[in-house]
Design a protein around this ligand. Structure first.
Ligand SMILES: *Cc1c(COP(=O)(O)O)cnc(C)c1O
Length: 222
């Protein structure tokens, strides 16, 4: 099936309150353009260099989301244009994002990545660290970032019950964190769900899904 058809199909299964991030990592520009021509404007990449190159080559009304693990020394390359960073899991990284955003006189929106999977390989912070960061004075002084929600990845398993438990834990953590709203913590987004599990994620409260292979086809790597 064509990318346009795939996109249409995915969109038809997503309710209006849920934002679709088309995960285009490893895919060539032409694939992204096809999705763009079908109306898609939000793309997710997991490598900063690749996102920078695609940003330079493609129309400027695309919103770029960094969905991968972020190395602090590379934040500067995307600071001028990135619209949402999903994978923020420590205060040092937040400080660097804040510094770089300041240089461009902008506010960069971020999600706190919470570890919900049982595997060791998934990045993310534990539930208490998120709360500690949000309540800290250091965080409150970071005027050039805004935390707009949370992100999580379920365990890579066929066990739907386990995935559901993990998604529900992220939703309840989000609900608890909303009590601590502040100028730079305005929780609205729960980013959870990928090609294999986004419908379950939506049923568990997701408001943003990151869908790659169901739109662009299988990837050879990553
Ligand atoms: C690759 C990736 C996705 C999309 O995965 P698919 O299974 O292809 O939909 C979503 N989120 C993150 C963080 C990813 O790295």
């Amino acid at each position: 099936m064509s990318i346009a058809k795939n996109l249409e199909k995915v969109k038809s299964t997503i309710p209006a309150h849920v934002t679709l991030v088309a995960v285009s990592k490893t895919k060539p520009l032409n694939d992204l353009l096809q999705a763009y021509q079908s109306g898609q404007r939000i793309f997710g990449e997991n490598k900063i260099q690749e996102m920078v190159e695609k940003h330079e080559a493609l129309p400027k009304d695309i919103e770029w989301h960094m969905i991968g693990h972020v190395q602090r020394n590379k934040v500067k390359y995307m600071a001028s244009f990135v619209s949402l960073i999903h994978g923020v899991d420590n205060l040092k990284l937040l400080k660097e994002i804040n510094n770089q955003a300041k240089k461009h006189d902008r506010v960069i929106n971020c999600l706190l990545q919470i570890k919900i999977a049982s595997e060791d390989s998934k990045f993310g912070m534990d539930l208490n660290s998120a709360e500690t960061i949000i309540k800290s004075e250091t965080f409150k002084e970071l005027k050039n970032i805004c935390i707009v929600g949370v992100m999580g990845m379920a365990t890579f398993t066929d066990d739907k019950t386990q995935i559901e438990v993990e998604f529900r834990s992220l939703k309840s953590e989000f609900d608890r964190l909303t009590l601590f709203k502040s100028d730079n913590f305005t929780p609205q987004i729960i980013s959870m769900g990928m090609s294999g599990d986004y419908q379950l994620a939506i049923a568990c409260g997701s408001t943003m899904v990151r869908v790659g292979s169901s739109i662009f086809g299988a990837r050879n790597y990553n």
